[in-house]
Design a binder for this molecule. Structure first.
Ligand SMILES: C[S@@+](CC[C@H](N)C(=O)[O-])C[C@H]1O[C@@H](n2cnc3c(N)ncnc32)[C@H](O)[C@@H]1O
Length: 293
């Protein structure tokens, strides 16, 4: 049986065939694992905005901002499964089971996660659970916080001649297990390190890197709540970062950028931001200011 909707694009056709055919066949709804980006709603993809706007249910995490949830349709049911560091109100297995049972009830279920769903977001576990249960799902990527932080700091993570690569690491191990990084590999000075969830262990991470040969003067940047109104940036070095973060009382979510590229922040901060450009050099376009000439 063919879906009866009129389709306007390939994407519509794909979405419609998935949801329409499955619903017609009595197979239930679809789950979309959607990346909400680092916080600023303007960093959502168009596909994410569309998914949120068409959702019947949204299952969301702690890092999803209120401004983004405000894009949900009025009839959508919002379910908070938010985790705070060290405290998981809804265990991961239960979240996966919830998605499965919601999907079996039909409709468009949006699983909304901070950043990108597949970057330290446990989206993989949810995708496997859905696939195993035979639930139709798709993944809508989001801007991961490393990219959001890099943009806020104006720091290119792989700046030519300074960094030949970048490694994304989790500074948190389950149930307080020791960090078992490849410390010698991480001490290569031409590799930028981006540490997610590292606030509690930054002392150990910095000490181990120095013990394995990374220079204590290596620049480090810490950013809390990047791209949000309450963003905080801190510039330090590997040997000082743990103490500086403690003194500054930085609060999660915090991301660390370690490496020579972090030293470029000082240069970049000298750049004038658009908000500082005098009015005569700006045009108003669609509500935003654009520097001209
Ligand atoms: C469970 S991980 C989820 C990462 C997410 N999937 C992503 O792609 O960014 C949570 C960690 O991401 C980092 N994080 C997420 N959003 C952030 C933000 N706006 N500013 C700074 N760090 C952020 C922090 O290190 C936080 O502890």
């Amino acid at each position: 049986m063919k879906p009866t909707r009129t389709f306007t694009s390939d994407r519509d056709l794909r979405d419609g065939v998935r949801t329409g055919c499955r619903a017609v066949a009595g197979l239930g709804g679809i789950v979309q694992l959607v990346g909400a980006g680092p916080g600023d709603p303007e960093l959502l993809t168009m596909k994410a905005v569309r998914a949120i706007g068409m959702a019947s249910v949204i299952v969301y995490d702690r890092l999803v901002s209120d401004e983004i949830l405000a894009l949900a349709p009025p009839h959508a049911r919002l379910i908070d499964v938010g985790k705070t560091p060290g405290h998981h109100p809804v265990p991961q297995d239960e979240i996966s089971q919830l998605l499965i049972s919601l999907a079996r009830g039909g409709g468009r279920i949006v699983r909304l996660k901070g950043g990108d769903p597949f970057m330290f977001g446990r989206g993989g576990e949810e995708a496997i659970a859905l696939a195993t249960a035979g639930i139709a799902f798709e993944v809508v990527p989001g801007i991961t916080s490393a990219q959001g932080c890099a943009a806020s700091l104006k720091v290119p993570l792989t700046h030519r001649d300074v960094a030949t690569g970048v490694r994304f690491l989790t500074g948190h191990r389950r149930d307080g297990e020791a960090l078992d990084f490849d410390w010698p590999g991480l001490s290569d000075s031409s590799t930028t390190l981006v540490v997610y969830m590292g606030l509690a262990n930054i002392d150990e991470i910095a000490s181990q890197l120095i013990a394995h040969g990374r220079d204590g003067e290596t620049p480090v940047l810490a950013v809390a709540s990047a791209t949000r109104a309450d963003e905080v940036q801190l510039s330090s070095t590997l040997s000082r970062i743990a103490g500086d973060v403690r003194r500054a009382r930085m609060q999660a979510p915090v991301l660390f950028v370690i490496g020579e590229v972090a030293g470029l922040a000082a240069v970049m901060q000298r750049a004038i931001t658009l908000a500082e450009v005098p009015d005569q050099h700006c045009e108003e376009r669609e509500g935003s200011r654009v520097a001209v000439g």
